[in-house]
Design a binder for this molecule. Structure first.
Ligand SMILES: Cc1ncc(COP(=O)(O)O)c(C=O)c1O
Length: 357
């Protein structure tokens, strides 16, 4: 009997095999401490800064996801937006910064340079860098921030996990246990990953089953209490060929961005080829919000799941450029899961949409 192998593009990772041997290169700096997710790693940085250095205000880019804002608020620090989009320059009156302030700088889509960090370093304020979108950039490796944080499951096929390290050697208190609520969320994500892999192998798994596990696990993730990640996450982290996957992502991003640039109705926002860095994926900007939404729906109907990173939220609301950006962009995955033929299929679907509309 012939079985048909389902195809899809984008969305979350499924379980990846084989993972038999420890990978010879460490995925994270030796002093990194693991938490349940990225927002917990951020909260750990803020709580350490609050306790050790008296931080009570955190400046946060206007263009950011709600979970990061929630993490700041959960620590009791004041969360102050400063205009900062993935494109253009951040606007922060850094001359007003005090020792009780800290600035969160996000390497949006892996496109940013360390320049702004260097400016903040000349002030008395603390500095946290979020390297989620490219944890292995030269910027992250050579950082002199108080703390660097990453959410791990955005670039690696892991059910949970966030990491924090302090390039300046500040102490970081590790979480003591796997909190039961966190465990419950992360185990749902893990089950979702296993079932997705089975689905992609052509097994008899309903898509709605792994999707609902992924979604409910994601919705159950919290900032507090701080938790260890699942034990399996640390085990996997030592086994993933992260640098090979990063190289493949770089090649895929260039290829996909190049093809999408041939479609005149959309604007590819990725910067030209970057020597050191590696883009998280490919971001296009549509002429209007309604075209973006129609294109997204068209692609979803063809099993292509680009993301809106990030949907607009209250924190963005005072920056009309951030809101407009959020309403018009689509993020296309280009990670190690994809071969040239997958990326060409995505581009053909985008082309077909504009031909048919
Ligand atoms: C740039 C960035 N940092 C941190 C986080 C928070 O990570 P987590 O969802 O693992 O808590 C996210 C989540 O989307 C993110 O996009």
């Amino acid at each position: 009997m012939e079985t048909s192998i389902p195809w899809e593009h984008g969305s979350e990772f499924g379980w990846i095999l084989p993972l038999d041997y420890p990978y010879p290169k460490r995925a994270l700096p030796a002093n990194a401490v693991l938490f349940g997710n990225g927002r917990q790693a951020l909260a750990a940085a803020l709580l350490a800064g609050k306790k050790q250095r008296g931080w009570h205000r955190c400046y946060v880019p206007s263009y950011i996801c709600q979970s990061v804002v929630d993490a700041v608020l959960a620590t009791g620090l004041e969360c102050i937006p400063y205009p900062d989009l993935p494109i253009g320059q951040p606007e922060l009156n850094y001359r007003n910064l005090q020792p009780s302030d800290c600035v969160l700088i996000v390497n949006h889509f892996g496109w940013r340079s360390p320049q702004f960090s260097q400016l903040v370093r000349t002030t008395p304020a603390g500095l946290i860098e979020d390297h989620t979108h490219d944890p292995w950039s030269a910027w992250a490796s050579n950082s002199s921030a108080d703390f660097c944080i990453v959410s791990l499951r955005k670039t690696l096929p892991l059910p949970d996990g966030g990491a924090i390290w302090s390039p300046r050697g500040h102490p970081i208190e590790p979480p003591s246990i796997e909190e039961p609520d966190h465990q419950r969320a992360a185990l749902q994500k893990l089950a979702g990953m296993l079932l997705k892999a089975e689905y992609l192998r052509g097994g008899s798994v309903e898509k709605s089953l792994f999707r609902s596990l992924q979604t409910s696990g994601e919705n159950l993730f919290k900032t507090l209490p701080l938790s260890k990640p699942l034990e399996i996450t640390s085990h996997l982290l030592d086994r993933l060929p992260w640098d090979q996957w990063r190289s493949k992502r770089r090649v895929n991003v260039e290829y996909l961005a190049g093809l999408l640039r041939t479609i005149k109705q959309v604007e590819v926002l990725n910067p030209p080829r970057m020597a050191e860095s590696c883009s998280f994926g490919v971001v296009i900007r549509c002429p209007t919000n309604s075209v973006r939404d129609q294109l997204r729906q068209y692609l979803i109907e063809r099993q292509i799941y680009p993301a809106v990173l990030w949907p607009k939220n209250c924190h963005m609301m005072n920056d009309c450029q951030a809101v407009e950006f959020s309403e018009r962009i689509l993020f296309f995955h280009a990670d190690f899961r994809y071969e040239v033929t997958d990326l060409e299929r995505v581009v053909q679907a985008v082309r077909d949409f504009f031909r048919s509309s």
